[in-house]
Design a protein around this ligand. Structure first.
Ligand code: TYD
Length: 210
């Protein structure tokens, strides 16, 4: 469909600068006359609310329950009849999404079986693959510095975890990324350079017409 919106996903370890780059990209695209919306996972729906409570430790639960909740949150995000991603794309709106199923494959396949996490996400993969997945890559040591500067500590943030998650991302791209458009972009200290590299990839998705 010619005027269907594009689905562009950002992935990366914590502190990789995804949200800043996403916002900058949205501004750029709107300036070019592209209707676009920003969204993220975990979402702001009730599913996402439970997940955030799990991530901050307010709810202490099992890793399998968390993995299943992420998959449920994602399915609702895709299919919701009010503001779901498919609906937006069909309306010609480009959707920029902070994290998608590769986050589950990278983060949630450690404590529980990676195969099982992949199975949980199979419906999402069948429903909607991204036109472009940007992986913002940042060495774990650098990532740690940025995260501690922000003064945040969440469940997954430690040097060892960052390394594990980054490795798991690359493993997931190998294993489940066949036929997908995945761009690994180095998250540089100079944000504008990073943004320029992202825009080059995004332009390709729009057939160079930006
Ligand atoms: P978020 O506040 O979005 O972090 P960030 O701004 O760093 O992206 O928190 C999301 C956390 O949830 C992050 O640590 C990764 C984790 N996560 C999963 O474990 N599985 C998933 O499927 C998703 C989407 C996120």
């Amino acid at each position: 469909m010619e005027n269907r919106g594009k689905f562009i996903v950002f992935e990366g370890t914590d502190g990789s600068g995804k949200s800043t780059q996403l916002k900058q990209l949205a501004k750029y695209l709107r300036g070019k006359g592209v209707a676009c919306t920003l969204t993220h996972e975990p979402t702001d729906s009730p599913f996402g609310g439970i997940l955030r409570a799990c991530l901050t430790g307010r709810i202490d639960t099992d890793e399998r329950a968390i993995a299943a909740l992420f998959a449920a949150d994602r399915l609702d995000h895709i299919t919701n009849g009010v503001n779901g991603i498919l609906r937006q794309l069909d309306a010609g709106i480009t959707v920029l999404c902070d994290r998608y199923y590769f986050s589950s494959l990278a983060y949630n396949g450690g404590a529980v079986s990676a195969e099982w996490v992949a199975q949980l996400n199979a419906p999402a993969m069948a429903l909607l693959r991204a036109d472009l997945t940007v992986f913002l890559d940042l060495p774990p040591e650098e990532s740690m510095k940025r995260v501690s500067r922000r003064g945040e500590t969440e469940r997954y943030e430690s040097l060892e975890n960052l390394r594990r998650v980054r490795d798991a991302y690359f493993a997931a791209f190998e294993r489940y990324g066949a036929g997908e458009n995945i761009a690994v972009i180095r998250s540089e200290e100079d944000r504008d350079r990073t943004q320029a590299a992202i825009r080059r990839e995004v332009a390709k998705v729009f057939g160079g017409k930006l």
